[in-house]
Ligand binder design. Structure first.
Ligand code: HEC
Length: 124
């Protein structure tokens, strides 16, 4: 049999590796991804424009509509609403979707885009 100090060391090891595993397997949620991938330029607080406009209530609203933000003429003229499909296209390729837009980012991978858009939708 193992001496008791070894037993508790083994139990501690098993427990800590189980905790490490579950942390590694839990994907970051949309809010965290938003902060990481969009938060340097956007907030979701009303009226808080940064490099990019506030994304408060962005889901479903018309593009280029935040008061006090100086959009590119291209986005102002685009005339579409931020549906899930349009958000996906824009975040995947802003300039391919709205030629002349001044948003320039490295597109997050598809699974992250889905989570971020779900998060924006959840804020409605
Ligand atoms: C490097 C800064 C930067 C990052 C990072 C960034 N954006 Fe932007 N975003 C902008 C700028 C600048 C605009 C304004 C574009 C224009 O006027 O053409 C914009 C505009 C937008 C708009 C249009 C809003 C409106 O009112 O019509 C959406 C939607 C948007 N961004 C979503 C995102 C999402 C989602 C992410 C994260 C995946 C993100 N952005 C990351 C700079 C950024």
């Amino acid at each position: 049999m193992y001496p008791s100090f070894l037993k508790s060391a083994i139990i501690a090891l098993v427990l800590s590796s189980a905790a490490g595993l579950s942390a590694a397997q839990t994907p970051p949620n949309g809010e965290t991804l938003f902060r990481q991938r969009c938060g340097s330029c956007h907030t979701v607080q009303a009226g808080q424009n940064r490099v990019g406009p506030s994304l408060h209530g962005v889901f479903g609203r018309r593009a280029g509509a935040v008061a006090g933000y100086s959009y590119s003429p291209a986005l102002t003229a685009w005339g579409q609403n931020w549906t899930a499909v349009n958000l996906e296209r824009y975040v995947a390729g802003a300039r391919a979707t709205v030629p002349g837009t001044k948003m320039s980012i490295v597109a997050p991978p598809p699974a992250q885009r889905t989570e971020i858009i779900r998060y924006l939708q959840s804020l409605r």
